[in-house]
Design a binder for this molecule. Structure first.
Ligand SMILES: N[C@@H](CCC[C@H](N)C(=O)O)C(=O)O
Length: 279
């Protein structure tokens, strides 16, 4: 390819997949249309979302409480919308920072629209993220194929409705967007269906705001764990969460929550300059 556009790296966390766009100079014009084209699995690279790598100080709408020199995960959903936080994305973002030499392995801080997230990269390839305090903010319901599901509203930096019950997850048709209470979730919601398996294990499927069904959602696994603990009459504890794309571990204590799981970099390349101009 003679005319080269921006560089990219493709990665995933439990098969929640992302196009990483390094923008260390803060120069890329990342429009919603470019995000949609990048994430399109036929006309683009294909992904659930885009992670732009930029210094917080270079992003005009960055939250004031994130220090300017911290690397910021500018997250976009596949439909081009902006979301506050992405738990699988943060792990993949951390792996990218370390592999590309932008950060040392071990402890690092990542800026997000939900605030700073302390992260620890591990030698085995897994990454642990401190996901902060979860907050319950109501009860609500949704339905799939005419079947009603009750759930709890959970704020993990972004909004979730976590529905825990003895549900036949394999039978759920999540090709459409399940209805939501627009009063409780005015900006949309990520919806988790959670089946306790006994002991500290649960299974989960998720319909993500701005994407559709994905094979995993990190913030969703934290919401699912909080809801599963609450259903068991507990405030704190841990769950091993099995999603279609793999397994993660979540712990909730009185001090906050952590998410541990894999982060994989698949490969990278260069976008075509013409494609980037007119995707
Ligand atoms: N897949 C993510 C969540 C991404 C954002 C979400 N779709 C939203 O709009 O809030 C995760 O791993 O947490």
């Amino acid at each position: 390819m003679r005319n080269r556009g921006p560089a990219f790296v493709k990665g995933h966390g439990t098969q929640n997949d992302f196009v990483i766009l390094p923008d260390t100079g803060g120069e890329l014009e990342l429009t919603a249309e470019r995000v949609r084209a990048l994430c399109d699995r036929r006309r683009g690279l294909g992904a659930d979302g885009v992670l732009r790598v930029i210094r917080t100080g270079a992003l005009p709408d960055a939250p004031a409480d994130v220090p300017a020199d911290v690397w910021f995960m500018d997250y976009r959903n596949a439909d081009g919308s902006i979301a506050e936080m992405c738990g699988n994305g943060v792990r993949v973002f951390a792996r990218y920072l370390v592999e590309s030499g932008l950060a040392e392995p071990g402890e690092l801080l990542i800026g997000t629209r939900a605030g700073v997230r302390p992260v620890r990269t591990r030698p085995d390839g897994r990454v642990t993220v401190q996901m902060g305090q979860i907050k319950f903010f109501g009860e609500s319901a949704t339905s799939v194929s005419g079947v009603d599901f009750a759930g709890v509203a959970v704020d993990v930096g972004n909004p979730h409705l976590a529905c825990v019950g003895d549900v036949d997850l394999d039978a759920l048709d999540l090709t459409g967007t399940p209805p939501r209470d627009t009063g409780l979730f005015p900006d949309g919601v990520n919806i988790e269906f959670v089946q306790p398996l006994g002991g500290d294990e649960v299974r989960m499927r998720v319909h993500e705001r701005g994407v559709g069904e994905t094979r995993s959602c990190g913030t969703g696994t934290v919401a699912a764990t909080a809801a599963a603990l609450r259903a068991a009459g507990e405030d704190t504890g841990s769950r091993v969460v099995h999603v279609p794309g793999g397994t993660v571990e979540v712990e909730i204590t009185s001090a906050g929550s952590t998410l541990t799981g894999p982060a994989v970099l698949v490969g990278g390349g260069q976008l075509g300059a013409e494609w980037w101009q007119n995707p």
